[in-house]
Design a protein around this ligand. Structure first.
Ligand SMILES: *[C@@H]1O[C@H](CO)[C@@H](O)[C@H](O)[C@H]1NC(C)=O
Ligand SMILES: *[C@@H]1O[C@H](CO)[C@@H](O)[C@H](O)[C@H]1NC(C)=O
Ligand SMILES: *[C@@H]1O[C@H](CO)[C@@H](O)[C@H](O)[C@H]1NC(C)=O
Length: 337
């Protein structure tokens, strides 16, 4: 009986705090597991261990680099330009990732040596891809695909020079993004060794984490996240330039884009969902939150999706938002050691 009771308690606790972490990565079909957050598992891995599945809430904190109290990892996985990666998220209690709104962003930085001892706090990260909504201004986000347990996908850029790199994969959950400090960052770092004959050893532009994001960026703080026709402006630098982009452009998932990319000041996909060049279309201005909430309900209804598998934070009625916010503010981060 004691055993059963503590089981119930344990699962109640994990349900209350579960958000997510990268549990496993496949690279061209080969699978690499990672440590459970906060576990004693120190077996060699390519995935840097984090403390728990809760989000980073402050983009100026050291945790924005690789996640909450991220540890170094001992291994590095071989990849080549064009390698296909699938990153599998877990809610922390065996359930899928729970949040449906927000972008998926992928960055890399050269470790200039072995990544196992590399501190990425001052690294020059370049963005390799970003994914918003496959349908452009309306409909679900790529992020929603993770609710079913499907992985996030990325491709190593075709032109990337050989070397040891940190891969910084990030989910940015925006369900609370209408308030400053509401956005939830879930960065995850892994270590890869790029092989092959790529020639681009210094992709630009680069940014640092912390440093790349401000809490008031329109892609981070925005009242219109759930509006129909909301044009999302990705935070961080534009996707870096490569002679041939390895798969993902500004916002799409898997198609190859073999043509040279134009300069970052000229959007290559003006009608695409991403608009990585950022033409100020975040529309962060007018405060009409009641109308916003009504619209978000209509949007949800139009999508006709089941909310069964989601936690309260992704329901978007005003009441549920209040509950979600309350819940979120109840969370006290464990002290770090
Ligand atoms: C990644 O690719 C798989 C297979 O094509 C797909 O099912 C999944 O939805 C993709 N993930 C995202 C986040 O779009
Ligand atoms: C890319 O996005 C466009 C719409 O923006 C869509 O028509 C196309 O099918 C997408 N391609 C892939 C491979 O997802
Ligand atoms: C992208 O920006 C261009 C202007 O630079 C604009 O005409 C277009 O409507 C924008 N599209 C999206 C999806 O934001």
């Amino acid at each position: 009986m004691k055993f059963a009771t503590s089981l119930v308690l344990a699962s109640a606790v994990s349900l209350a705090t579960a958000h997510g972490f990268v549990k496993r990565i496949t690279i061209d079909g080969k699978s690499y597991g990672g440590p459970e957050p906060g576990s004693d598992d120190n077996s060699p891995s390519i995935i840097r261990k984090i403390q728990d599945t809760n989000p980073v809430k402050d983009p100026s904190s050291a945790e924005i680099t690789c996640g909450r109290n991220a540890q170094k990892a001992q291994l590095s996985a071989p990849v080549r330009p064009g390698s296909q990666l699938q990153l599998f998220w877990d809610g922390g209690d065996g359930t899928p990732w729970p949040h449906e709104a927000g972008p998926i962003l992928n960055y890399m930085a050269n470790c200039n040596g072995d990544c196992a001892n590399f501190d990425p706090a001052t690294a020059n990260f370049f963005k390799i891809s970003e994914q918003g909504r496959p349908g452009g201004e309306n409909g679900p986000w790529f992020l929603a695909n993770l609710l079913t347990g499907a992985p996030a996908n990325l491709t190593i850029p075709n032109d990337l020079a050989p070397g040891n790199y940190i891969l910084r994969h990030e989910l940015l959950a925006l369900h609370l993004a209408e308030k400053e400090g509401g956005a939830e960052y879930y960065p995850s770092c892994s270590q890869v060794t790029v092989q092959g004959k790529g020639s681009n050893a210094a992709p630009t532009p680069t940014a640092k984490f912390p440093g790349a994001y401000s809490p008031t960026d329109p892609g981070i703080l925005n009242k219109h996240v759930f509006d129909d026709g909301f044009q999302y402006k990705f935070p961080g630098p534009p996707v870096a330039q490569f002679a041939t982009q390895g798969g993902i452009g500004s916002s799409n998932s898997t198609s190859s884009v073999p043509a040279p990319r134009p300069a970052p000041t000229q959007p290559s996909q003006p009608s695409g969902p991403g608009n990585q060049s950022g033409n100020g279309n975040g529309r962060g201005g007018d405060p009409d939150s009641e109308e916003n909430s009504r619209r978000s309900c209509r949007l949800k209804k139009a999508e006709g999706k089941s909310h069964d598998k989601r936690d309260g934070q992704d329901h978007v009625t005003p009441r549920m938002r209040r509950v979600a916010k309350k819940r979120s503010s109840e969370f006290t981060p464990p002290t770090q050691n």
